[in-house]
Design a protein around this ligand. Sequence first.
Ligand code: NAD
Length: 250
Amino acid sequence: MNFSGKVVLITGGASGIGGATTRAFIKAGAKVAFTYLTSAEEAVRIEREAEEAGTIALGFKADVSQPDAVAQLFLEVEGTFGPVDVVFANAGGLIKRSRCVDATLDLWQEAMSINVFSTFLTVQAALRSMEKREAGAIVTMSSLAGFDGGGMGASHYAASKAAVATFTRALAKEVGPLGIRVNGVAPGLIGTRFHDTFNTPDGRAAAVERTPLRREGAPDDVAQAVLYLASDAAAFITGEILQINGGTGF
Ligand code: NAD
């Protein structure tokens, strides 16, 4: 896939799935802006890799769950690169596991904030220029958890990722007439620090056992799907949530 001349913005784009997607877009010739929170060293490494590949990638430290930070991000990104052609709203996370009976409202608010509100804010900022140009491709980050309810103690996370999927379908209807496509990805178990933090080796092995393709997903398995959905090869696909789970379900 060739994205040369295209401007791509990826949130949470220095680590895990976001990092693999940033690298895949760089390889495909795009100019990439990506956000990070704590992965400053990895961000610099990716910037260097882009230079070596003959394109440009710039990391921006930003908490994309905050409206002012997102506004500032778009000012800087569009000031540097011009209008954004492709957005991958990837930033998000589980925060911690908690059974519903023990969960606090703060935990639910944080889950909504980093998964749903960050997606809304990022996508809304991108739409301001996409709508004027009547072109653009948006990819959101849902999860298998948003469809099957997720693992134990993840109801706050599963509910937030279901909200992302529904938002994606709603938005596809709203902006389709303007030539803007909106799709999502819903990964199953992908081997990133997410599962290093929130899963156990036994839990991971059991998940692999339940997976017809008998392995964990790799970040690049998701990255390649994001590139496809953002590309002209998917020109008639919108409102779709692509399941990437080795056949586990949904
Ligand atoms: P990761 O921890 O490497 O990535 C999460 C990224 O989100 C990080 O870059 C982090 O800095 C960023 N982030 C979180 N909150 C943020 C905020 N407020 N502002 C800016 N950035 C923020 O783990 P990952 O597995 O690569 O996760 C990426 C996305 O994929 C997440 O949305 C996660 O929920 C989703 N996901 C992961 C899996 C999996 O199995 N790994 C499965 C389904 C969905």
